[in-house]
Every structure is written in structure tokens, then in C-alpha cells.
Design a protein around this ligand. Structure first.
Ligand SMILES: [Zn+2]
Ligand SMILES: [Zn+2]
Length: 226
């Protein structure tokens, strides 16, 4: 029975038939409900644009260190449930699902193939780290190069802070991992993170990479908050 019915759908609880792809624990009906972002988006942070054109209001003053961000899903509905299940429910089998959805955005970052730099895991975080799980799936299933160049020190509670407060909080907390500066840095790096909230984390990551010598730093994130 376990071979034919490997488990229940993480979103609706229905039994799953053993299906092709990566044996992701989501039924076909729920997969339909996942709405990848597709409308007009801010050229910088990737948020969906409603009335603005080209660049959103925040990005006109934010002066981010990264060139652009592309998020796969809005941080709501089914995508939010799945990310929560992966991060806090230890549903590690969801990592290949998010990785598969990230492939096109990553390939769009550079014709020569993106070199992925994961945002460093939060200290004291329950393992396994969601970003690291997705990075591993991108390496293993899709042949991407992943360089773990960044490290984080200290614990920063960022909830409910705006961009400037978060930036202040993160100062000096994200830097090149020990030994990383001696390695060959990619000219073009693509940061990988789970949630884009204010962009402060990606900004700090991109700043560290640029100071180390990266010429271009783009980002791909799994979800973006409104
Ligand atoms: Zn379902
Ligand atoms: Zn923007």
C-alpha cells in the first residue's frame, strides 16, 4: 500500500497516488491552486505592480545592493502553507518542488548558467534550513553550481521592522564565510532565499558579495510578501 499510496497531500489531506515528477506530496488539484507570480512586476524587487509602472514605490528610494529579485509565488494561500510545512514541519520532500519551480528564474539570471549563493541560515534555527534544502535539490536534480560563500553571526529578530530598521539590525551580521574570500568568486552571483519581506537580508548579502568582488548580484526567492 505504501508503494501505491505514498502519503497524503500536504494541503488538503487527500491520499496521493504515486505520481511521476519528484514524488512531491501535493495532489494535482492543489498544484492547480498554486498561482506562480506572472503579471507585471517591479524590475527591482519583483513585487507585483498594480498602478505603478517599471519600479515600485519602495524601490525608488531603497537603493538595494542587488540588481533584481525574482520571486516564484506570493506569500499567501497554498504557497504559504507549503513553505511553512517545509520550514517548520520538516517536510523536506517539498524542497525538490520549490527547486523545480526556481529553475526558469535562475536560468533567466544569466546565459552562462547561474551560480547560486544561498542566504546563510539563521543562527539557532531548527535544522534543516529550508534554503539549504532547496539549494541541495538544485545542485542534485538540476545541475546548478552552489557556492556557500556567506555566513551570519548573531541572532536578529526582524519581525515587524521596516527596511531601514532591518538594515541597521543586520549591519555586520552577514559577511563572507571564513575561507570564502580566497576562493574564486563568481563574477555574477544569484542569491537564493526563501521569503522576500523588505529586501534587507538580500541587501546585506549582496553588499558582502559586492565588497568581495562580485560584479553582478541578482536574487531568486521562493515567495514575496505583499
Ligand atoms: Zn491536495
Ligand atoms: Zn520594487
Amino acid at each position: 500500500m505504501e508503494v501505491l499510496f505514498p502519503g497524503r497531500c500536504l494541503l488538503c489531506g487527500d491520499w496521493l497516488l504515486l505520481a511521476g515528477d519528484h514524488c512531491v506530496p501535493i495532489c494535482d488539484a492543489c498544484k492547480e491552486k498554486l498561482r506562480p507570480l506572472s503579471g507585471p512586476r517591479c524590475g527591482r524587487c519583483g513585487i507585483e505592480l498594480i498602478s505603478e509602472k517599471g519600479t515600485c514605490l519602495r524601490c525608488r528610494t531603497a537603493n538595494y545592493s542587488f540588481d533584481s529579485n525574482m520571486s516564484l509565488f506570493p506569500y499567501s494561500g497554498a504557497a504559504k502553507s507549503l513553505l511553512t510545512a517545509m520550514k517548520f514541519g520538516r517536510r523536506t520532500r517539498l524542497a525538490p518542488f520549490f527547486a523545480a519551480h526556481a529553475v526558469d528564474s535562475l536560468r533567466a539570471c544569466g546565459p552562462s548558467g547561474a551560480v547560486i549563493v544561498p542566504a546563510p541560515p539563521r543562527r539557532g534555527r531548527r535544522t534543516p534550513d529550508a534554503v539549504e534544502l532547496v539549494a541541495r535539490a538544485l545542485e542534485r536534480n538540476h545541475g546548478f553550481t552552489v557556492l556557500r560563500l556567506l555566513a551570519r553571526s548573531g541572532f536578529v529578530q526582524q519581525k515587524s521592522l521596516d527596511l531601514e530598521r532591518r538594515r541597521e539590525n543586520l549591519k555586520g551580521k552577514i559577511s563572507m564565510a571564513s575561507g570564502a574570500t580566497k576562493r574564486v568568486l563568481p563574477r555574477e552571483a544569484v542569491l537564493l532565499d526563501d521569503v522576500f519581506t523588505t529586501g534587507a537580508t538580500l541587501d546585506a548579502c549582496a553588499r558582502a558579495l559586492r565588497e568581495a568582488g562580485c560584479a553582478s548580484v541578482k536574487a531568486v526567492t521562493l515567495v514575496i510578501e505583499d
